[in-house]
Write a protein of this length. Structure first.
Length: 256
């Protein structure tokens, strides 16, 4: 077992705020994930609320807040409406990732679906996968991330595991089972992949981050329940920068 306890104290300087609360136009509604595309584009995944589903969408803007586009909006009318479950729509989206061709992939935990769009928002298709716990089946997918070979790693949250697919949805591998031991997971959520191909998982209910090889071999972990320095309370996401520094969205502690 390897446990990391070193905490990096990094000075972050505030730059500016992007976006404002809007159901339509250039703002965001409950933004839960963001992916960076080419030319300083930001694809912001908005989940909205159940009684205002028109705010559920992907908003595209630049890092300088220039509005570009919006897509995957299943409900176009303002006010309370039923969700649209048709292809190309979103209900409870959870994560967004961009492949090497700048196609946009979105996981949806309500629909148990991976939807694919091109960079301009045109719906390209969805993975032909089923709800369940068999190989290639999913139950409430959350985080998704591409490796350098365009394989997609998917956090299969209620199956307490990670699955690996081709970009076309062909099942390749899986690892993980429910528990609190090394390499075990309990409702995992966020994911990132570093430059060496190692996989980092925000192990939500275990209040920790785990690191694996690309093949799922456990490497190390850090974090424990609490609000002190280095402790976590339901971490929802993890990111690794080019220098190997790990950033954690410490959800219920309201901090990074």
């Amino acid at each position: 077992m390897t446990t990391s306890t070193q905490i990096s104290h990094i000075q972050l300087q505030y730059s500016h705020t992007i976006g404002r609360g809007e159901q339509f136009g250039p703002g965001f509604t409950y933004p839960i994930q963001m992916a960076r595309g080419e030319s300083d584009l930001m694809y912001v995944l908005c989940r909205s609320s159940e009684y205002r589903p028109e705010g559920t969408r992907i908003a595209v803007c630049t890092v300088n807040e220039e509005y570009v586009n919006v897509f995957a909006r299943g409900v176009s009318q303002q006010g309370p409406h039923e969700y649209n479950f048709e292809d190309g729509s979103l209900v409870w989206p959870t994560c967004i990732a961009i492949d090497s061709q700048q196609n946009v992939y979105v996981s949806d935990e309500w629909l148990n679906r991976i939807s694919i769009f091109n960079k301009d928002g045109e719906f390209l298709g969805k993975w032909d996968i089923s709800e369940g716990d068999g190989d290639g089946e999913i139950n409430r997918p959350s985080g998704i991330a591409f490796d350098k070979d365009d394989n997609l790693y998917l956090v299969d949250s209620l199956n307490h595991r990670i699955q690996k697919f081709t970009k076309d949805g062909k099942f390749l591998a899986k690892w993980g089972s429910q528990g609190s031991g090394d390499g075990e997971l309990n409702m995992p959520w966020g994911i990132d992949i570093d430059r060496q191909g190692n996989v980092y998982i925000a192990d939500w209910r275990n209040d920790r981050i785990q690191k694996f090889t690309a093949d799922g071999e456990f490497l190390m972990k850090f974090g424990s329940s609490g609000s002190g320095e280095g402790e976590l309370n339901r971490p929802t996401d993890v990111a690794v920068d080019k220098d190997g520094i790990i950033y954690v969205a410490d959800w219920l502690n309201d901090r990074v």
